[in-house]
Design a protein around this ligand. Structure first.
Ligand code: HEM
Length: 410
């Protein structure tokens, strides 16, 4: 095929990736994109990477920016009159140094492995409470009963957000998670629900902003109060940055670990001997979590902007291009793994990109691993005969892909 035909094919595959019909199994599409190799779509100012070493290089590259405003596409839109940051102050995931470094450092202490380990008894208590409501032999939705409420309760507790407000903020968080899908990068157009998402974003920031004001008057032992103390202590962050940080942590806490727990259970129920082995030996949960992160990751892709002309593998990427990093595709790269499509928790120590790499490596990784490990081992111990009750359905999300429900019989 000519270069133009290859580009047209990648463009077609990316559109197929956005199509909800392919959400249940996007992996054949990723395989085809990876085989075509790293590709630049000049008209979209977009470069697409799906091989493991290329994705790794983009994430580690010193000229990879996370600030959307550095992209040619965003600069064009702003020049045409669009608002530069319609969703307001970005969370630090979408900032570069020095702001990224400063804000990440302030949130970091609350998520260190030591602090997270100390949460274990509380997480065990939450898992017991949730599983205590379920009877062996009865049908239930694993997402509604365990995979969703567990991480939500934990992040609310850490931030100091009242859990009883969940029905309101859960809906806002779900809408905002869809905003991470590469709709504009692929189609050049905003998705139809942009107004709804803007409204949800405004509402959630208003909600968190009010909470920040309440904690200012009446501090508690939570992360919001700690961030306020840092603000008042020495001008380390602004009020707007506190809200943006809480917003980022809140959404990350809502939309990721749920998919890790559910994807792991789905894989295990498709490979029954692994479920039986976990029921008998709870210590297997950690390896199952790592293999799920590789084989069917909760975050399927990310992106960077080239802050300078650079070269990734053999592809020259001009300054301002968006670099799409298909980590879920890289984690099935046959050059990086034996039998990449196979779910095999016994494959030994594995490298993966499911929590990213480099300066933006997931802050919540120790917490997500602990929650998922505890949830899976307790679930398998209580329900050795767990089995699927019906075919599950997927949420529309491309980037934070996951099941909408997972009906099982206990
Ligand atoms: C299984 C669960 C999770 C997965 C798969 C996951 C995945 C990721 C990935 C891939 C990134 C890097 C994105 C990029 O480089 O563009 C990231 C960043 C981040 N994650 Fe997670 N995450 C999970 C859970 C959590 C939790 C529970 C929290 C905390 C509440 C969290 C907080 C963050 C934050 C704050 C960042 C931004 C770090 C930075 O920019 O320095 N994540 N996560």
């Amino acid at each position: 095929m000519s270069a133009a035909e290859d580009q047209a094919e990648v463009q077609r595959l990316l559109r197929a990736m956005l199509d909800p019909a392919n959400r249940a199994d996007p992996y054949p599409i990723y395989d085809q994109i990876r085989v075509l190799g790293p590709m630049r779509l000049p008209e979209a100012n977009l470069a697409v990477f799906a091989r493991y070493p290329d994705c790794e290089q983009v994430l580690r590259h010193p000229s990879s920016s996370n600030d959307r405003l550095t992209s040619t596409a965003a600069q064009r839109e702003v020049a045409a009159g669009a608002a530069a940051r319609p969703f307001g102050q970005p969370g630090f995931l979408f900032l570069d140094p020095p702001d990224h470094t400063r804000l990440r450092k302030l949130a970091q202490q609350a998520f260190s492995p030591r602090v997270v380990k100390a949460l274990e008894p509380e997480i065990v208590g939450l898992v017991d409470e949730l599983l205590g409501r379920l009877e062996p032999g009865a049908e239930f939705d694993l997402i509604a009963e365990l995979a969703y409420p567990l991480p939500v309760a934990v992040i609310c507790r850490l931030l100091g957000v009242p859990l009883e407000d969940e029905p309101r903020f859960g809906a806002a968080s779900a809408l905002l998670a869809q905003g991470l899908d590469p709709f504009v990068a692929v189609t050049g157009q905003q998705s139809a629900d942009i107004e709804e998402r803007l409204a949800a974003g405004k509402w959630l920031r208003g909600y968190l902003g009010e909470l920040v004001e309440r904690r200012r008057v009446e501090p508690r032992e939570d992360l919001i109060s700690e961030l306020i103390a840092a603000e008042e202590d020495g001008d380390q962050l602004s009020g707007e940055e506190i809200v943006a940080t809480c917003n980022l942590l809140f959404i990350a806490g809502h939309e990721t670990t749920v998919n890790l727990i559910a994807n792991a259970v789905r894989a295990l129920l498709r490979h029954r001997p692994h479920w039986a082995a976990l029921s008998a030996e709870p210590g297997r949960a950690a390896a199952i979590v790592e293999e799920t992160l590789r084989h069917d990751p909760p975050v399927q892709l990310t992106s960077r902007i080239a802050a300078a002309d650079l070269t990734i593998g053999e592809l020259a990427v001009p300054k301002g291009d968006i670099m799409m990093v298909l980590t879920a595709a890289a984690q099935r790269d046959p050059a990086a793994y034996d039998r990449p499509a196979e779910f095999d928790p016994d494959r030994g120590a594995i490298r993966h990109l499911a929590f990213g790499l480099g300066p933006h490596f997931c802050l919540g990784a120790p917490l997500a691993r602990l929650e998922a490990t505890l949830a899976l081992s307790a679930l398998a111990a209580k329900f050795p005969d767990l089995r699927p009750a019906a075919e599950p359905s997927y949420k529309p999300n491309v980037t934070l892909r996951g099941l909408a429900d997972l009906p099982v019989i206990g």
